[in-house]
Design a protein around this ligand. Sequence first.
Ligand SMILES: [Zn+2]
Length: 233
Amino acid sequence: MGLSKGEAFVFRARAFAESDLIVTLFTERWGKRTLIAKRARRFDSPLGGAFDLLNRVEVVFYPRARMDLVSQASLLEGYTELKRDLEGTSTALAVARALDRLLAPHQEEKETYGLFRRFLDLLERKEAPIDRVKLAATLKVLALSGHRPQLVACVACGKRSGSVSFSCERGGLLCEGCARGGEFAVSRGLALALDSLLRLPLERSGVVALSAEDAVLAGEVLSSYVARCASGS
Ligand SMILES: [Zn+2]
């Protein structure tokens, strides 16, 4: 692979040496990559500001075995409305972090890339309820990375009625008879709401009714499940 050019989201950036920057980018064509941007922190650098978190950039780089070398980068979308809002920013960063943990490096993930772009667009335009869009995006990211949770039937015996809990270890619901302790207690209503968020287009997340309390619980369940999936992959 010679000099490569394409678009990407900025997931992480940290200072390195005197004036360099090490960045983790989620590229559209080559998946998640770690790159070094030489002298990017100098005030006169042509890369200045391109690698702010959550930016969508066009990047030109030399692929290398350990760390790619950035040649050029320019800003495509800075999501300024989203970043003006603390809740929007923390929501976007939380889903970016989940993706960062679940994505294997250097694998093309076009569908996931498109999903993340639609997610940021929705937050930028403030067109959907933030709690449900966050849950829906996290569920879809899990499904696309091979960890689709089972939210309708018991993963052990297939039972579809009665009370349930969510097992991060098993990746889905367990009925009362199959639960072994240590699962999250969830209502069947919450499980079905999450199943709807998983299946509906991201843009329609607002049609799913969810209490504020259930949204918080679902956030805890999914963040534990992401951690579990990331540690096992
Ligand atoms: Zn069961």
